[in-house]
Design a protein around this ligand. Structure first.
Ligand code: KIV
Length: 276
């Protein structure tokens, strides 16, 4: 490919097909969460391939302990905002707890509502139950691309009882490996692998043809995702080993906001130049 063509290709809107091509060409996929238009625009323009409107919005935006109470309407609201902000990235909406577990038909209807009302490009579901597998088949047949999610699946926290790594013993590792194949066979275009040993991440990534996106699943996955507030150091009280801080926004914002408050109190803001 000529350099000009390569440039056009890289600038073009990311599609599920492109992600599969990237896996084939061994080009790593960069993903982040996003919940609003302004950050989505920054991340998309900075070259992030996939933006996930994660149900982590329950933790990040709403300040909740778990993701379980996030609703379909809240997901739609935040996904619309991300779609409005990001031009190039592929946008995936995370289906909230109990919007896809009851029946494949209900899951199908809810996924359709998310796609129609937000303009996003795909949805994500956790786990590999029979309902999930049937829902994935129905959705993909109807043109709704689905991302799977295995390993530590936060919507099952009450079942797991802890956020410890999954797949650390042989039987659970085999289960995750087999589930990845089932999700691929049902039609998923990609799978998030969360908090599993790096060797298992490698084994799964090498044995399926759809891209794996790791979060605490080691360096061999086809792409990586982090919650943006963790990655940019805005979150202060969550420091698992899989998070790398690329900035320290908490300190930067605190300093700036303190200075703003001080300036107001000292009548240093606004100045004459900043007034009409
Ligand atoms: O909700 C979320 O943000 C996620 C990612 C961490 C994968 O599911």
């Amino acid at each position: 490919m000529s350099i000009a063509k390569q440039y056009d290709y890289e600038k073009k809107k990311v599609t599920t097909l492109r992600l599969k091509e990237m896996k084939k060409k061994n080009i790593k996929i960069a993903c982040l969460t996003a919940y609003d238009a302004i950050t989505a625009k920054v991340f998309s323009e900075a070259g992030i391939d996939v933006l996930l409107v994660g149900d982590s919005l329950g933790n990040v935006v709403q300040g909740l302990e778990t993701t379980l109470s996030v609703t379909l309407d809240q997901t739609i609201y935040h996904t619309k905002a991300v779609v409005n902000g990001a031009e190039r990235s592929l946008i995936v909406a995370d289906m909230p707890f109990m919007t896809y577990q009851v029946s494949a038909n209900e899951a199908f209807t809810n996924a359709g509502k998310i796609m129609k009302e937000t303009g996003c490009n795909a949805v994500k579901l956790e786990g590999c139950s029979n309902v999930v597998l049937e829902a994935i088949s129905k959705m993909t047949e109807a043109g709704i691309p689905v991302m799977g999610h295995l390993g530590l699946t936060p919507q099952s926290i009450n079942q797991f009882g802890s956020y410890r790594a999954r797949g650390t013993d042989e039987s659970e590792a085999d289960k995750i490996f087999n589930q990845a194949h089932k999700l691929q066979d049902a039609g998923a275009f990609s799978i998030v692998l969360e908090k599993i040993p790096s060797e298992l991440g490698k084994k799964v990534s090498e044995s399926i043809t759809i891209p794996t996106i790791g979060i605490g699943a080691g360096p061999y996955c086809d792409g990586q995702i982090l919650v943006w507030t963790d990655m940019l150091g805005l979150t202060v009280d969550f420091n698992p080993r899989f998070v790398r801080h690329y900035s320290n926004l908490n300190d930067i914002m605190t300093e700036a906001v303190k200075k703003y408050g001080e300036d107001i109190r000292a009548s240093n803001f606004p100045s004459n130049k900043e007034s009409y």
